[in-house]
Design a protein around this ligand. Structure first.
Ligand code: TYD
Length: 230
């Protein structure tokens, strides 16, 4: 990490990593956690949907076949319910204690998946988000951007994550959202890029092409630049 970044720069700060399925955000989040801990930062790492006992129940409903038949509005509200619980139970107390919070996905995912790709109006989602998170917006959201074909290739190679250790047989290892058509995921990607254009002060787009180490160089640079800027 750049010598000028210290644990103090990120104390009480909230950083989100987001992007399309297969962009490598979980790996990058883990690498960021490790390096910030080496700087002496106290880190809370969370993932969405889930991250609390209640949220994990909601996650199962959302991502397994149990969620078949959910309409887009109900789906959006469930992601937000999981998030409301996570914010109240973990994120807000950690920020108040001066910890750095790293989250794998957040409101940005709902805007992209249920809004830009799912067709729900963005301002509807923003209103629900405001109620769900009550002002707990991230300081920085890093979008890991990757062409869809590359993301699909990554998702199809076995052993990329715990749940994807099985052979690449469609339907066996893909969750309910990942199974949606390619066009849906392209709209998700464009949705993330649009958010970054709309909120340039709080978003940074990082290319997720290349090895995890190469991508992490860019992630580090983005974090450093954002938190050490005057
Ligand atoms: P993901 O981060 O891919 O979990 P994992 O790495 O364990 O597979 O998230 C699960 C899926 O949920 C993913 O396809 C994106 C989707 N999702 C939404 O559609 N809306 C949301 O608000 C969130 C947080 C996730």
């Amino acid at each position: 990490m750049n010598a000028t970044l210290s644990a103090l720069h990120v104390a009480g700060k909230f950083i989100v990593l987001d992007g399309i399925d297969g962009c490598g955000k979980s790996t990058q989040l883990h690498m960021l956690q490790t390096i910030l801990e080496q700087l002496g930062a106290a880190i809370l790492c969370v993932r969405e949907p889930g991250g609390t006992a209640i949220g994990e129940h909601i996650r199962e409903l959302l991502l397994s076949s149990k969620g078949e038949g959910l309409n887009m509005r109900a789906e959006m509200l469930l992601y937000m319910a999981s998030r409301a619980q996570l914010v109240g139970e973990k994120i807000r107390p950690a920020l108040a204690a001066g910890h750095t919070v790293l989250s794998d996905r957040y409101v940005s995912s709902t805007l992209a998946y249920q809004g830009s790709a799912g067709g729900l109006p963005i301002d509807n989602i923003m209103h629900v988000a405001q109620a769900a998170i009550d002002g707990t917006w991230p300081d920085l959201t890093i979008i890991l951007d990757l062409p869809l074909e590359k993301a699909m290739t990554r998702l199809q190679s076995p052993g990329k994550s715990a749940k994807k250790k099985q052979p690449p047989q469609p339907g066996l290892f893909q969750d309910r959202i990942e199974q949606r058509q390619q066009n849906y995921h392209e709209l998700v990607r464009q949705g993330f890029l649009q958010q970054a254009k709309n909120y340039p002060d709080h978003y940074k787009v990082v290319s997720a092409i290349g090895t995890p180490d190469a991508v992490f160089q860019r992630v580090q640079a983005a974090v450093c630049e954002y938190f050490t800027a005057a």
